[in-house]
Design a protein around this ligand. Sequence first.
Ligand SMILES: Nc1ncnc2c1ncn2[C@@H]1O[C@H](COP(=O)(O)OP(=O)(O)O)[C@@H](O)[C@H]1O
Ligand SMILES: [Mg+2]
Length: 273
Amino acid sequence: MASTWCEPPAKAGGILIRGLGKIFDGSHRVEALSAVDLAVRQGEFLCIVGPSGCGKTTLLRILAGLEQPTAGSVEFEIQRDGRPLQSMVFQEQGVFPWLTVLDNAAFGLTVRGVPRRERERIVRGYLTKLGLGPFARAYPRQLSGGMRQRVNLARAFANDPAILLMDEPLASLDEQTRMLVQEDLLRLWEGSAKTVIFITHSLDEAIVLGDRVAVMSHRPGRIKAVYDISLPRPRNALELRNNPDFIAARTRVWDALREEVLSANAAIEADHG
Ligand SMILES: Nc1ncnc2c1ncn2[C@@H]1O[C@H](COP(=O)(O)OP(=O)(O)O)[C@@H](O)[C@H]1O
Ligand SMILES: [Mg+2]
């Protein structure tokens, strides 16, 4: 069922995005976002799907403070207790090739001036949970793609932000590896009380991970609909895919997404036709 997306956050705190717009005024004027309204609840795992170029990355960069909106507002009502507000996890360039796994995972803590011992204690805990314990002194080039993305996750969680902003972090992984890393991400997130906004172009991934899935329209992006994914947790990425409720959810969300992908493709063809 599509819920309304303008409702106030259910619990105290959350992120309230109102009338957000972004126009890039370069040699080419691009309206990337228009009137984006979205209330993200504190502690929820919210996935965003939408056609390529609809402004997903732009929205995330605005939430990260890396980009200024040209309209609207973002309010954070997150209790922080001295933690960083948000950190962003990218698909590419996530790990520094010149740093060991340990130093990569400790990067945020190092920047924050956390003493070395404390840093190592925290980071080793995450590396162990992710099966990377024996690779603490290895360099990224010695790791598989899946392991590198786990280093990314370790860094994100070790830094302990209230909000994790994830921009297609698993997109470069093959399907099998991706399912395993999805499970690792879920295990880390469950019990972390972190608010996650996770962008993906994979509908299956959105439904496996999310408490809710928001569908964005084609450019200029806005939130077209938000779906509750009420599948029980803890979730198993592989088993879930055969669950009838999963399949029903996917069909429902795809109906909304399909139109947007078709419109986006038609716009591209018109541009080039
Ligand atoms: N810095 C920028 N300058 C000009 N246009 C940009 C810039 N960043 C993104 N865009 C444009 O804004 C639109 C949305 O981009 P983006 O947010 O990356 O979409 P998505 O992540 O959904 O694929 C695209 O048309 C893109 O070319
Ligand atoms: Mg993007």
